[in-house]
Ligand binder design. Sequence first.
Ligand code: F6P
Length: 322
Amino acid sequence: MKRLVPVLKQDGVNTDLIMLIRTVLAASKEIAFRVSQGELAGVLGSTLDENIQGEVQKKLDVVSNQLLKDILADDDSVRAIASEEEDYVVGAHPEGKYIVAFDPLDGSSNIDINGQIGTIFTIYEARDDVAFDSPEQFAQKGSEQVCAGYVLYGASTLLVMTTGGPTRCYTLDLTHGGYLLTEDEMETPINSKEFSVNMANFRYWPQNIQSYFNDILYADEQYAGSSVRYNAAMVGDVHRVMSRGGIFLYPADSRAGNDNGKIRLLYEANPLAMLVENAGGLATSNGQSILDISPSSLHQRVPVALGSKEQVLEFDSKTSAD
Ligand code: F6P
């Protein structure tokens, strides 16, 4: 099996970016170790703090955030850092070539139940036209990402990553501590009958989304045999969707603060959209390509539909405004 670095070299990735990816992955191995230790690592449960989204931070979120932040701040190639767990941009090296954003532990409600969780990350080239620690550094469209990936801490630890070419999947080999290539090119099936969505939000959705699901659940026979699969960790749900097809949805809803849904553009929607699209799927927000959205703020949320191409196209056409 091929190791990570030779694959990146074969893909023509430049040495600086390879080194930075290795930095991110060094932190991921530390996190994987702590996740696998569970209670034994003393990092389960909640702290009393809330992050900027008003969510109670889990201890493992805090530890993972600190690990990533510290290791990236030590890397000369990093100009600025953004994290789901940081209110503001963290400046690093004014001459650094790259900026990095991450969700240190996506799906944190799964931490205490030994469920799937993951680290999502994205890398862009730094901008020279704004201050090194300005939030404007991150006001780049998802199509500008030079690397997007996630590490899924599941039954095994998987790295799913693209540097612009195919989306590749690696498995962490605990015997030597390296990521080995286990799926050369992920391919999202073009269609399926699986839906990944929090159905309990039905009452809060706009009417067009309710009608779409009424068709699937009751009216339209072509959907007989469909399944809902949702584990409340986007990273795990998107991994399933990419692996065996389906659509992941987190629409806007009528609850306070959810007028653009819940998924954050910078460190959730954009990297996952790039991974899905480079695996042959589609990722949209109100019918627009997620990767084409011009960001308006660091922690901006966007409605999300991503996964099997035909399912996403069908969702968009059935729920479009006209
Ligand atoms: O955005 C964070 C997140 O935990 C996602 O990973 C997940 O898909 C979603 O929130 C779950 O939200 P809810 O509990 O509202 O379904």
